[in-house]
Design a binder for this molecule. Structure first.
Ligand SMILES: [Ca+2]
Ligand SMILES: [Ca+2]
Ligand SMILES: [Ca+2]
Length: 231
């Protein structure tokens, strides 16, 4: 009897080991660039957060303009303990701002966002963690990019397909408002069309390609309509 129990335990252990074999972490995909809100660039220390989520809702990336170095200390306090609400805050007044001395923390990308999106590969026999975009050329992972302003509700602002490890992309993100529609109009060039140039630079074109299929067409217009944030 005890031998049978021992065998069951061994089998269970083997099954458990196979079951929990997790995916292989891969280099993050990095999105960077300007975030536009009402036609203006969001600036470092503004209360704006950019997030990446899987279809399940799982967060797989976050960039907080208010804590751009992600050290848990609001950057406005990191700059100076005498800023409003910063007296006595641990870590206040410790920011480096010398190269250049421009009022922006040195260890952050100026007034740009830099959103690191976690990725993983899942060879046969391993299991996706659900905490990262799975890399699969035949079936790219759909990732939603959202924006949160002033601690309010998250608003979808872009769809993204991820299938390449370590990719770095310059994309102008925008709250979906009338200014986003204006930029869409500048970049609109129909299905499979390339950027028309002029006022539509590469980052803006990529930003107006809301469904991430390489063109700026009426499907992208439909994305603005369905996620329009007003004004
Ligand atoms: Ca900080
Ligand atoms: Ca600086
Ligand atoms: Ca498109």
């Amino acid at each position: 009897m005890s031998r049978v129990i021992a065998m069951v335990v061994v089998v269970n252990l083997v099954v458990t080991c196979v079951h929990v074999a997790a995916a292989i972490p891969e280099p993050d995909v990095v999105l960077y660039g300007t975030v536009l809100r009402a036609g203006q660039s969001v600036r470092q220390q503004d209360a704006v957060v950019v997030l990446a989520r899987l279809g399940s809702g799982q967060e797989i990336g976050r960039y907080d303009f208010g804590d751009c170095n992600a050290d848990g200390v609001r950057d406005v306090c990191e700059r100076s303990c005498s800023n409003p609400g910063c007296t006595g805050v641990t870590g206040c007044g410790t920011a480096r701002d010398t190269s250049p001395a421009d009022g922006l923390l040195d260890d952050c990308p100026g007034n740009l966002y830099a959103l690191r999106v976690r990725t993983e590969s899942v060879p046969q026999g391993l299991t996706a963690t659900g905490q990262a975009a799975v890399l699969n050329l035949a079936s790219p992972t759909s990732v939603q990019i959202l924006i949160q302003v002033g601690g309010g509700a998250e608003q979808p602002i872009r769809q993204l397909w991820i299938d390449e490890r370590g990719e770095i992309r310059n994309i102008t993100l925008s709250v979906l408002d009338l200014f986003a529609f204006r930029n869409f109009s500048r970049c609109y060039n129909g299905p499979q069309g390339a950027s028309p140039g002029g006022l539509c630079d590469a980052a803006l074109f990529s930003g107006a390609d809301y469904d991430d299929d390489g063109d700026v067409d009426l499907r992208d217009y439909a994305f603005i309509q369905s996620h329009f944030g007003g004004n």
